[in-house]
Design a protein around this ligand. Sequence first.
Ligand code: SF4
Ligand code: SF4
Length: 429
Amino acid sequence: MFDLFASGLKLKSQKITSGQAIEVMPPPKKVHIPFSQHQGNPARPVVSIGDHVKAGTVIAEAEGFVSVPVHASISGTVTAVQRHPHPVLGHSLACTVEADESDEWKNPAQTHQSYENLPVPELLKKIKGAGVVGLGGGAFPTHVKLAPPDDIKIDTLLINGCECEPMLTADYRLMLEYPVGIVEGAKIFQKILGTPKLVFVLENNKTGAAHALEKEGAVVRIIRARYPAGHEKQLIKSVLRRTVPLEKLPWHAGCVVQNIATCHAAFQAIRFGKPLIERVITVSGEGVREPKNIMVRIGTPLEDIINFCGGYAAKPRKIIFGGPMMGIAQFAPDVPVIKCTTGIIVKLRERSEPETSCVRCARCVDVCPMKLMPCEMVKYVKHNEFNKADDLGTRACIECGCCAYVCPAKIPLVHYFKYGKTEIQRIRS
Ligand code: SF4
Ligand code: SF4
């Protein structure tokens, strides 16, 4: 087993859905599909109110290289193109489609048997055309990640199956239930990059998934379960002992990291011509009656998902899209699942103790996986001394939340660092 970084946190596992097979949620009556679901330029809308669309119809075209198209996820009629709650951006332009209940697909599944022989530009075109982005939460367009500059040599492709957030199990179930597509997708990425080494990385609490992948011919490395092992930079450090320089990409450390769900989505796109219109998420927490792993259409509203999972167990105190450590709290019942939504966590209890003064305990320093000094950084951010905060490396913060989790003074450190990073960026631009 590979030794992981000494910092980070050993969190209590709350993966209560790990034994729950993926259930396919029926298409909802209405979806709200944001045009902005990936990093880079938002897609450009190409539909109007009254248009009829099928599942898989392009509703927004990619705008430039760092962008992907967005597709309808159900068949029906476009009833609105307007600003709508967005799980990451607050609000953004979105397309509402009301279902006609035929669930008709634009291009019913096609099988491309000889996809292995397609030339690299054709593979990249298909991946982009299907709207594939990083499904681990980053949502970086996959075809861009697979096209490093000519002067950069990539020797290793790491496939990230760590899923280190404590309550999420969607990737784990995907590896157990769909190992063939994941391994084939990873091999397609390997061919595109021309990398000699392809390694799957899993935490030591996912032995079953490791065996499922190995049966399909995957080389698997096991690392210790320790949050945030699944963060790209930590993964590269743990497995390859390489450091990605500040403001640089894994390319600059000679590697590419892809999430396992992204491999599966790319395989679906190339083998079956299927665009990215659904994904697997975990719905968990004490606030939902039937925690599950579900395959859900992109654009499905939160309230439909909760109803599919038996409804709320009691009045929720907090609803998070993503994992409990890095996820984002939501306020609107019709906020939709988007491509980078990994899970929905419903909490009935929420710590709301007031922030007090730093007691200089240095716990935040001990746990920071980026070797930063959160207690010092926060002082400067609080006093709007952003240049000094920058000198201390605030931009390197990966917003993992470890420091805030252990802080006895209940200082919302990540909140300050998000703000500080935005201000530093503003000053530097
Ligand atoms: S400073 Fe940033 S990287 Fe370090 S523990 Fe806090 S959130 Fe994580
Ligand atoms: S953990 Fe909190 S109280 Fe302790 S040094 Fe860091 S900021 Fe201060």
